[in-house]
Design a protein around this ligand. Structure first.
Ligand SMILES: [Zn+2]
Ligand SMILES: [Zn+2]
Ligand SMILES: [Zn+2]
Length: 110
């Protein structure tokens, strides 16, 4: 997408952008579940700020404010498009390819 397209896209209301994103509808892992921490940070002794769970395979990674940005790296490595927050009380989700945030992934639960 061109930078001007991206500029406009980011300013559209979420409901309009959501119509273009089918990734949440295809996602499997809705539950926040229990997590000790970022799986990769635990292995390498790194630190994380917030935790995200991949909604395709369930892998827990760290957010973009964390030094190792494992949630974004997981998307880059696997192409798994959507992740949700597993911070207490948070249920928003993020689609990496469409750059769309959905306020509540729990509504996807059938
Ligand atoms: Zn999407
Ligand atoms: Zn991490
Ligand atoms: Zn995944």
């Amino acid at each position: 997408m061109s930078w001007i397209g991206d500029f406009i896209w980011k300013r559209l209301p979420w409901s309009l952008r959501q119509a273009e994103c089918t990734h949440f509808a295809e996602a499997v892992h809705i539950d926040a579940g229990e997590a000790e921490g970022c799986e990769e940070c635990l292995k390498m002794g790194g630190e994380w700020v917030h935790l995200r769970r991949c909604m395709v395979c369930g892998k827990v990674g760290c957010c973009d404010n964390s030094p190792n940005v494992h949630a974004t790296r997981h998307f880059e490595e696997t192409g798994h498009p959507v992740a949700r927050s597993i911070e207490p009380g948070e249920s928003w989700g993020w689609c990496f390819p469409d750059k769309v945030m959905t306020p509540d992934v729990e509504v996807l639960r059938k």
